[in-house]
Design a protein around this ligand. Structure first.
Ligand code: OGA
Ligand code: MN
Length: 205
């Protein structure tokens, strides 16, 4: 680990090595978190988000029974807020590579909007035909979230089930192949940015 790596990024790498997951409650500045929340709301209001898929080629009906979020993938250069978020995630990618030798090559990320009642059943963040995803990341964008509003991310860890509320500014990181997880239904809109650090593929891509 280079000496100048920020303490928070070092902690995330250490947590992943020790327990396979990490939670950071103040990952971005509150200002940037609010800007990203506003951008997610704007995209949802403009109709830019669409029903998320499950794996590859799954039937529409099946997807709705598994997950009910609407998403939009991020591209660089769309907004200052998104670019600052992507820069921060690239710093995390480099910190993980420096300490864990994961060989993470890129990052893919999407806004996710769960309307009230929507959920995502228990799953692993790997597709049967694509095992490039190595580390999963979720940043939550919901100010003043109350536990009784539901919407927790439930991690199915070896020793326990752990529920984490989707509170604004909170970042959860976990090993994509090792931590089954699910999103519980909420009573209000639930906004987030979900992403995956990927290794180099060895398929014909
Ligand atoms: C996912 C996912 C968790 C969350 O998008 O694959 O598991 O808390 N999201 O939004
Ligand atoms: Mn997931």
């Amino acid at each position: 680990m280079p000496m100048d790596t920020e303490p928070q990024l070092v902690r995330i790498a250490a947590d992943l090595a020790e327990q396979g997951w990490s939670r950071q409650d103040l990952f971005l500045t509150p200002d940037l978190t609010l800007e990203l929340a506003a951008e997610c709301h704007r995209r949802a209001a403009q109709g830019d988000l669409s029903a998320a898929g499950v794996g590859r080629g799954a039937a529409q009906g099946l997807q709705a029974a598994i997950r009910g979020d609407r998403i939009q993938w991020l591209e660089p250069g769309e907004s200052s807020a998104c670019d600052r978020y992507l820069a921060r995630m690239d710093a995390l990618r480099q910190a993980l590579n420096a300490s864990l030798y994961l060989g993470l090559e890129d990052y893919e990320s999407h806004f996710a909007f769960y309307p009230p009642g929507a959920f995502y059943r228990r799953h692993l963040d790997r597709f049967r035909d694509d095992d490039r995803r190595a580390v999963s990341v979720v940043l939550y964008l919901n100010p003043d979230w109350l536990p009784q509003e539901g919407g927790a991310l439930r991690l199915h860890l070896v020793q326990q089930e752990l529920d984490i509320d989707p509170l604004a500014g909170r970042l959860v990181v976990f090993l994509s192949a090792e931590v089954p997880h699910e999103v519980l239904p909420a009573t209000r809109d639930r906004l987030s940015l979900a992403g995956w650090f990927r290794r180099r593929g060895d398929g014909p891509f």
